[in-house]
Design a protein around this ligand. Structure first.
Ligand SMILES: [Zn+2]
Length: 252
């Protein structure tokens, strides 16, 4: 994509976690400035290109990467579904950013009623045509407007770092999660001991694509703001956060 943009196509944001407007510029990559919030330490692209520019980076090429590894992706998805179905045995499963539908296919095999949202038309096409999945919606979670509390399991795998408005997104996750429901969320871990330094060398630092770089602390703070809590964190040898999340008020 082009890095030639007029100034009017950039937006300055306050911190989506703590609302601060005070940032320290860290470095530039791909013509985009990466900055750290002076109050909560969230790292994000700020200012950033407006979302209508960013969304084009998802069409084509993004999901083809998954399609090339069909069997491997499906095996991995089945392992994840097995693990999560030991906590929530059945019901409605939503995969946010479902890509080509591997997780949904695995969840359907395990007896779940599956629903997906995906912004890449190629992913939706694959999920629908190759897996024959129903209820795969082209667009964002916020656009789909599911009923309140309708999902027993929600998977959000390597998605939250992409969403244009984190607070709208988390509000919607909270709203559509069943009272005893479980969210499984993963995202790159900027505070992991194996995260490359300087940060711009990290392969997860992706201009226009990964808009935010969470640590445990910033992710926890964002979720808590929306009445959600991390109930379990999986150990990870790679620089990634993998957590189980529930409604904050739910008894453990
Ligand atoms: Zn902040």
């Amino acid at each position: 994509m082009s890095t030639q943009r007029s100034p009017g196509e950039w937006e300055h944001l306050s911190c989506p976690v703590c609302e601060s407007i005070s940032f320290t510029r860290l470095f530039e990559k791909g013509g985009e400035p990466f900055a750290r919030c002076d109050h909560c330490s969230l790292i994000m692209i700020n200012p950033r290109p407006v979302y209508s520019d960013i969304i084009h980076t998802y069409t084509h090429g993004y999901s083809t990467h998954y399609i090339d590894k069909h069997e491997k992706k499906l095996r991995r998805a089945r392992r994840m579904v097995r693990r999560l179905s030991r906590i929530v045995a059945g019901g409605r499963w939503l995969d946010v950013g479902c890509s080509a539908g591997f997780t949904l296919q695995a969840a359907r095999e395990a007896g779940f009623d599956t629903h997906g949202v995906e912004v890449d038309p190629l992913g939706v096409k694959y999920a629908t045509e190759v897996f024959g999945l129903k209820n795969v919606f082209l667009g964002s979670l916020e656009e789909r407007k599911f009923p309140d509390g309708c999902f027993d399991v929600i998977t959000v795998v390597e998605v939250i770092e992409h969403v244009p408005n984190l607070n709208d997104f988390c509000r919607e996750l909270k709203r559509v999660l069943a009272p005893a429901g479980l969210i499984y969320l993963t995202t790159p871990d900027v505070a992991h001991w194996r995260t490359p330094r300087p940060l711009q060398r990290w392969e997860a630092v992706l201009p226009s694509q990964h808009l935010y770089y969470f640590s445990d602390a910033t992710l926890r703070r964002l979720l808590e703001k929306h009445g959600l809590k991390i109930v379990k964190k999986r150990f990870n040898l790679k620089p990634g956060i993998k957590v189980n999340v529930t409604h904050a008020g739910r008894p453990a």
